[in-house]
Design a protein around this ligand. Structure first.
Ligand code: SF4
Length: 666
């Protein structure tokens, strides 16, 4: 029974020892993918494919930024044909980068492109099918008939790819599953996997294996579960095709980077993924450096300190379930994960110092105002506050400091394991104990099990830290220890740009598996790359911002990206491509400025009406380009204002949000 269970959950080599999950090698021009090849970096142009020179020049900029493959949209036969001119011009300029044609609905464009470029990408949700958002009850016979229809239309493309040595990506998107799949499986990870497998089985029947697969979603949790399930199902059918990882419609700026690092990184941590694309609502040159930074972390990762192997995961890796914990003073239980601000290296001389973590003091009324991203706990170490901690904020002191506090209102001690064993003084309500993987002895387990005031602070020094911390969570579940756990990570001498990506992966990968009742980052020597000229690295730190402020914002953003705690408006923006008929970056910025105070509202900004509505996922409102200077507005999946002039569209979107009852004044 035990082997059976672990087989059911299998989706990576090991839960503790890092190694790349071995896929088969696929040939894409001169740059092979999968097998023992490094994790490849790729991106997609945003120019009009019919504009040869603009597309060639953007492709060259992308290659210079680090792209090893470049994808170009080919929505119709004309664009597909023009790929030839683009390829020729690139060759003339000395570039042999493999090109990938991005196909949506049209088999004839795909069949043309497959004769020209090194790889084609088809979306099984809309290749051949036009999506009508209809829920149809299929009998088994009708369903089979549909598959046969797909087989008939898809097989010619497979044969051309085989003949020309062209690779293919079968790229499923959570937001654009076919009506057939939606009717039978819903918009679930299983639906995404089945959608790809339907096409994959046709390829296998034709003995065509130059295939790459992807399972993208704008929700990193769904995306991670879908990739895991895909591997599991492929293994069951004896397949191991390489995987292309990406979080779709991630948006831009900090949010886009955090969501991407969370989703992509969570899989890379388990050795899953052969190529990655970070999609941002920015010029595509800015995507590769982010992807490179995410991928480079795994060079040499296999040399990490050994972690005791675990035979079987106590959780279902394909379904989200939060680890059960009891509540201690609003930490754990059903509370959202808490945010700890680390002020142990900063002297707090007045109330003003807490503005950076969301607390503004009004001297006149002697009241505190809290922002939407006000931290819940503040770790002061040995620094003593000279004023009462605001309500809503709990202070954590090192035990030796706490023990002698004159005023310990709202203040609680943190113990090392040793101190916890020998102390005769504790708080009656809340105590923190700092542990790592080596501390969970039988004695400690026994002591914690009898102490309902304890919140554990889980730390790690392991290079493979996420896996080590996950191992501790597994052990806690096995030992039935249900004390809340705050995940703490420490980074030293790091740039903000790397911190943003690394911490999103390290904390996010645990959060999306339901682990963690709080998050804490301790950072020493934070630097910023700050837009060095000639690079495509963007910085989001202002010179005036303190480390504490930057980290507080980062932690709330990670919780939001992991869908664990919503503190602001969520934007789902496509990265734009040759189909986009308006300036997507500028429009996203305009919409963001007017709506960023609408906590919890999800707004999608999509470049085109062809794919936009399908890919808006679970947005509450959609702003979708539907022609030159024309925008169509959606409430959920329904059109509410069609083809309105672009110049009024943002105002009308605000109107719509007001009508929908989701508006509040800034
Ligand atoms: S939704 Fe955006 S990225 Fe996707 S096809 Fe349309 S314009 Fe291109």
């Amino acid at each position: 029974m035990k082997t059976q269970l672990s087989q059911i959950k299998k989706y990576r080599n090991s839960l503790t020892q890092y190694s790349r999950y071995k896929s088969c090698e696929v040939k894409i021009g001169d740059i092979p993918l999968g097998g023992n090849n490094p994790i490849r970096i790729q991106s997609m142009t945003t120019t009009d494919t019919m504009n040869t020179i603009a597309t060639v020049e953007q492709t060259i900029r992308m290659v210079k930024a680090g792209c090893e493959y470049v994808r170009i949209t080919a929505p119709s036969i004309n664009e597909a044909k023009n790929l030839e001119a683009i390829k020729k011009e690139l060759k003339l300029r000395g570039y042999k980068v493999p090109l990938i044609a991005d196909i949506h609905f049209t088999p004839n464009a795909a069949e043309m492109a497959a004769r020209i470029v090194e790889k084609v990408r088809v979306n099984p949700g809309n290749y051949v099918d036009k999506k009508k958002f209809d829920l149809i009850e299929y009998t088994d016979a009708e369903y089979k008939e549909e598959i046969e229809r797909i087989r008939e239309r898809f097989t010619p493309l497979v044969k051309i790819c085989k003949e020309y040595g062209t690779a293919m990506r079968i790229g499923t998107n959570h937001g654009s599953l076919s009506d057939r799949i939606m009717s039978r499986y819903g918009d679930t990870p299983l639906g995404m996997v089945e959608s790809a497998l339907e096409f994959l089985r046709i390829c296998e029947d034709e003995n065509y294996h130059n295939i790459v697969l992807s399972m993208k979603a704008s929700n990193p949790q769904v995306m991670v579960q879908a990739y895991r399930l895909l591997i599991n199902k492929m293994e069951a059918e004896g397949m191991n095709y390489p995987l292309h990882l990406g979080v779709t419609e991630a948006g831009g700026g900090e949010d886009g980077r955090i969501k991407s690092a969370l989703g992509i990184g969570a899989l890379l941590e388990d050795g899953i993924g052969d190529t990655i694309r970070v999609s941002l609502t920015e010029d595509p040159e800015f995507e590769a450096p982010v992807a490179i930074s995410i991928a480079n972390r795994y060079k040499g990762r296999e040399n990490h300190i050994q972690i005791k192997e675990i035979k079987e995961s106590p959780i279902d890796p394909f379904v989200y379930n939060r680890r059960k914990s009891f509540e201690v003073l609003s930490i754990g239980g059903s509370n959202v994960p808490r945010v700890v601000a680390d002020y142990s290296n900063r002297k707090v001389s007045s109330q003003k110092d807490l503005i950076d973590i969301g607390y503004t003091y009004d001297e006149r009324t002697d009241k505190w105002n809290l922002s939407d991203i006000a931290a819940d706990l503040i770790y002061l170490g040995k620094n003593i506050l000279s004023f009462d901690c605001p309500n809503g904020l709990k202070a954590i002191y090192d035990f030796e400091t706490w023990k002698y506090l004159e005023n310990n209102y709202n203040s609680y001690p943190i113990f090392t394991v040793n101190e916890y064993f020998i102390t005769d003084k504790k708080s009656n309500e809340l105590n923190f104990v700092s542990i790592n993987i080596n501390d969970l002895s039988d004695n400690l387990t026994k002591k914690i099990l009898n102490d309902n005031t304890i919140v554990l602070i889980l730390e790690t020094n392991n290079l493979h830290g996420m896996a080590e911390q996950r191992r501790v969570f597994f052990e806690l579940i096995e030992k039935e220890i249900t004390n809340p756990v705050i995940i703490k990570r420490t980074y030293t001498n790091i740039t903000f740009e790397d911190l943003q990506l690394y911490s999103s992966t390290d904390l996010g990968a645990l959060l999306i598996d339901g682990f963690g009742d709080g998050v804490w980052l301790s950072v020493n020597d934070l630097k910023s790359e700050a837009e060095k000229s000639g690079t495509y690295i963007k910085s989001f730190v202002k010179k005036s911002e303190t480390t504490e402020k930057v980290i507080n914002r980062l932690l709330f953003n990670i919780l939001q990206a992991a869908r664990q705690r919503i503190s602001k408006t969520e934007y789902i923006a496509c990265p734009s491509c040759g189909r986009t008929l308006f300036d997507l970056q500028q429009t996203t910025e305009m919409i963001r400025k007017r709506t960023e105070h609408l906590k919890g509202v999800k707004i999608a900004i999509m470049g085109c009406i062809v794919n936009g509505p399908g890919e808006m996922a679970d947005a509450d409102y959609g702003y979708v380009g539907s022609g030159v200077d024309k925008i169509t507005l959606y409430r959920e999946k329904n059109i509410v204002r069609r083809n309105i002039p672009a110049k009024n569209a943002v105002d009308e979107l605000i109107d719509l949000i007001q009508e929908g009852g989701d508006w509040v004044e800034p």
